[in-house]
Design a protein. Structure first.
Length: 331
């Protein structure tokens, strides 16, 4: 039996959201959740309507008709690579809401199967995955699909006309608590709004984007040199960058009242700072704890406090230790 598998992870952007498309670097981590695409090439079902060149493909694990239609479109997008005959399955525990890269993980997992690249980072796989993600996001920067494929903390540097270039970014043992709030606007609308303001020459927007780009670059420099300067200096620098980035994202109108309240409450319960992660106005966020105890206190105490404030989470809180790569189940 010929079975081909491809796996890609969810992601959490630490710095560089909204500025990666303007030539600034970005940094993020891969999450423990993942999407796996499986092709059984010896199980050839009846032909699916709409497939190119008479190829036959069946999706056995799609949750609904819309999922199946999206998967067909993605495979059609990859027609130049050849659509293998067989039965496709897709399994995923990446949250489908909030901005944790569910679409990027799907595209990356499919690209791995199509190009027979089961593991490791490959620019060729990255290019195909990013081309497929245009179905979801129009003109993706390549950051999300890169993080999905890289499988570890990394920095990404834009390249003109191509996918960004990766740099491994081994981090010390950070205790990050992450979750998501209900979205108030979709990614495309927010990206388009910032682009319109940028292209109109809006001074405040341009200043904020420059500031975000500078903070992203500074974090990458800190992360690249922390072994020489020590974990304490790195941690202090990261706290400063997190607070500064969230302030600038708020000035761009990308924060939200629920997130602002959540960040304030989190500081009363063990967080030293936090920010949105991704497009903003709801969606993904992360909180930075000083140590494991602080992270556990956030997990134990913050959800109840949010309920009392009438704030609902779209994705429950989890914690990840970047030094150990471990995670805890949702509260």
């Amino acid at each position: 039996m010929k079975i081909f598998r491809g796996r890609a992870s969810g992601k959490l952007i630490l710095f560089g959201e909204h500025v990666a498309v303007y030539g600034y670097p970005a940094a993020g981590i891969s999450l423990p959740c993942s999407t796996e695409a499986i092709l059984n090439s010896e199980s050839v079902p009846s032909a699916e309507s709409g497939m190119p060149q008479g190829r036959t493909v069946s999706m056995s694990a799609c949750q609904n008709k819309k999922d199946k239609e999206i998967l067909l479109r993605l495979l059609q997008c990859a027609e130049e690579e050849g659509i293998p005959a067989g039965q496709w399955s897709v399994l995923s525990d990446v949250p489908r809401t909030g901005g944790f890269g569910s679409s990027a993980a799907l595209c990356a997992a499919l690209a791995r199967v199509l190009l027979r690249c089961e593991s490791g980072y490959s620019p060729q796989v990255h290019r195909l995955a990013n081309a497929m993600e245009r179905i979801f996001h129009g003109s993706p920067s390549g950051l999300d699909t890169g993080l999905a494929l890289f499988g570890a903390s990394s920095a990404w540097f834009p390249r003109h006309g191509g996918i960004p270039a990766p740099l491994p970014l081994p981090l010390p043992g950070l205790h990050l608590v992450y979750g998501a709030l209900p979205r108030e606007a979709d990614t495309g609308s927010l990206v388009g709004e910032i682009k319109q303001r940028f292209e109109s020459g809006d001074g405040k927007t341009m200043e904020c984007l420059r500031g975000l780009g500078a903070l992203s670059g500074e974090f990458i420099r800190l992360a690249s040199r922390w072994r020489g300067k020590g974990e304490r200096a790195f941690f202090q620098g990261m706290v400063s960058a997190v607070l500064g980035a969230q302030s600038l994202l708020g000035a761009l109108g990308l924060s939200s009242r629920p997130l602002d309240v959540l960040l304030a409450l989190s500081r009363e319960r063990g967080s030293v700072g936090g920010k949105l992660s991704g497009a903003g106005r709801g969606g993904a966020f992360f909180l930075l704890a000083a140590d494991e105890r602080g992270g556990n206190e956030l997990l134990e105490n913050l959800p109840e406090r949010l309920v009392r404030e009438g704030i609902k989470l779209a994705v429950p809180l989890k914690v990840i230790n970047t030094g150990k790569g471990s995670s805890k189940k949702p509260v």
